[in-house]
Write a protein that binds this ligand. Sequence first.
Ligand SMILES: CC(C)(COP(=O)(O)OP(=O)(O)OC[C@H]1O[C@@H](n2cnc3c(N)ncnc32)[C@H](O)[C@@H]1OP(=O)(O)O)[C@@H](O)C(=O)NCCC(=O)NCCS
Length: 205
Amino acid sequence: MSPGPVMTIRPMTVDDLPGVQAIESASFTTPWPTHAYRQELEGNRLAQYLVCVMGGVIVAYGGIWLMVDEAHITTFAVHPRYRRRRIGEQLLLALMDLARRRHAREATLEVRLSNLAARRLYEKYGFRPVGIRPRYYSDNGEDALIMTTEPLELPVMLDRIARLRTELAEAPAPSVEPDPDDGAAPVLDAGPRRLATATRNGGLG
Ligand SMILES: CC(C)(COP(=O)(O)OP(=O)(O)OC[C@H]1O[C@@H](n2cnc3c(N)ncnc32)[C@H](O)[C@@H]1OP(=O)(O)O)[C@@H](O)C(=O)NCCC(=O)NCCS
């Protein structure tokens, strides 16, 4: 018999911020401060943030800005002890569904060139490299790779998403048990980090 759903994905609230901050600090060397997330939730009507919850624990979160006809992924992380369980995939799928419901034509993001795990995930979901932002990350001057999908309503994208959704539905549900704490250090701040651009690189754009 199926154990039933063990993970839910829902909009982030301010009550989630301690859990989000724990993942943020464990995932990025230059984490966004809690007040930045609070400001996003309370003051940015373009922003939409989601959390993944398993057994009452926040295990992942991500966000988009819906700007004109584009969904820009601003941040995205899975708790280090819950990675490689297709949680990232489910969250990305939920963000892309949200983008389509809000009539975004396409989705886009920036990612560190060196962040191969995230690049593979995005490629799997139809994001393609379209350009470079030189020295985008102020901590080490690394370039950002700009990745963008084809229009979300194109048959090629709809087919890809439908196939991946089916594969995810057929995969075993992710275990709620965390991996042992192996003392993994945060990865170099890796993400799309749109807000980070404002706080770390001196201005949006
Ligand atoms: C990138 C990240 C979100 C992936 O989350 P995850 O839940 O572990 O990923 P999933 O289990 O859903 O994996 C989905 C796909 O991503 C890719 N992937 C994920 N981790 C990978 C790794 N360590 N190496 C290579 N590919 C990887 C694979 O394509 C995988 O599909 P496959 O299993 O069919 O090969 C997670 O590693 C993370 O939070 N990293 C730190 C923060 C970060 O980099 N955020 C993204 C910023 S752009």
